[in-house]
Design a binder for this molecule. Structure first.
Ligand SMILES: C[S@@+](CC[C@H](N)C(=O)[O-])C[C@H]1O[C@@H](n2cnc3c(N)ncnc32)[C@H](O)[C@@H]1O
Length: 225
């Protein structure tokens, strides 16, 4: 394993050391750009991704720490720190909370349904940081947040737009949604066109990896969309 960055508090991004998953094999074969044109039904995509998550959960989520994923975390982090500096952050579908590891914040709550993953993350809990087991489609926050983050988790909801809209009432005044979507999917391309329904697009960046994987990260300001 090659650790690229070992500064205290920084996410330990690595060159992915394990046996590649199907997702990584598709990337390595250079097929990712083509996927955007294949109309995979949402139910099938969700089934595949849930299987992939279960496998990643078993192997400790190293794929997400691959150096090729670093770009999207840096953009999500930068947007949170720019639009909600020192604020309260709700990270929905946080997995191990990789985002939290390098983030500057006033308060952070990470939520994920995978209990073992959350258990691992709980080692980093402190008076500003907590990790909760739960389903973002049903979760009811006990406070307001300055930034609510959907970082690669919208694929898992029956109605992603409605799920985001439900969280409007848990955003502080001037609060924002920060949304990252893997843009090499038919599903994501359609969803991106619908996202103005959750708010005005205040900032957007696209990030591409060496293997042609791509992410679109946006900041949405509700109440104006
Ligand atoms: C691709 S991972 C992304 C993890 C994390 N956001 C990151 O970027 O490091 C997708 C995550 O969404 C979570 N997830 C799946 N269904 C969910 C749900 N109903 N509510 C919240 N999170 C969910 C999965 O357990 C998984 O941890």
């Amino acid at each position: 394993m090659t650790t690229l960055k070992e500064a205290p508090g920084a996410p330990p991004f690595i060159v992915y050391p394990g046996e590649p998953s199907l997702t990584v094999r598709i990337m390595e074969a250079g097929l990712m750009p083509l996927l955007a044109f294949v109309p995979i039904p949402h139910a099938a995509l969700r089934w595949y991704l849930e299987r992939d998550n279960a496998a990643e959960n078993e192997r400790g989520w190293e794929r997400l720490r691959d150096v090729n994923e670093m770009g999207r975390y840096q953009v999500v982090q930068g947007y949170i720190e720019t639009f909600a500096p020192g604020g309260a952050v709700l990270d929905l579908g946080c997995a191990q909370g990789i985002l939290q590891e390098g983030l500057r914040y006033g308060a952070y709550t990470g939520l994920d349904p995978l209990a073992e993953t959350i258990e691992t993350a709980r080692g980093r809990e402190d008076d500003r940081t907590r990790f909760v087991v739960g389903d973002a489609a049903a979760y009811v926050p006990d406070r307001e947040y300055d930034a609510i983050v959907f970082n690669e988790c919208l694929y898992y909801f029956d109605d992603p737009v409605e799920t985001i809209r439900r969280y409007r009432s848990f955003l502080a005044p001037d609060g924002v949604f920060v949304i990252s979507l893997f843009n090499r999917l038919w599903f994501s391309r359609r969803l991106l066109r619908r996202l103005p329904a959750v708010g005005r697009l205040a900032a957007q960046t696209r990030v591409y990896s060496r293997q042609g994987a791509g992410w679109t990260i946006g900041v949405y300001v509700p109440g104006e969309g």
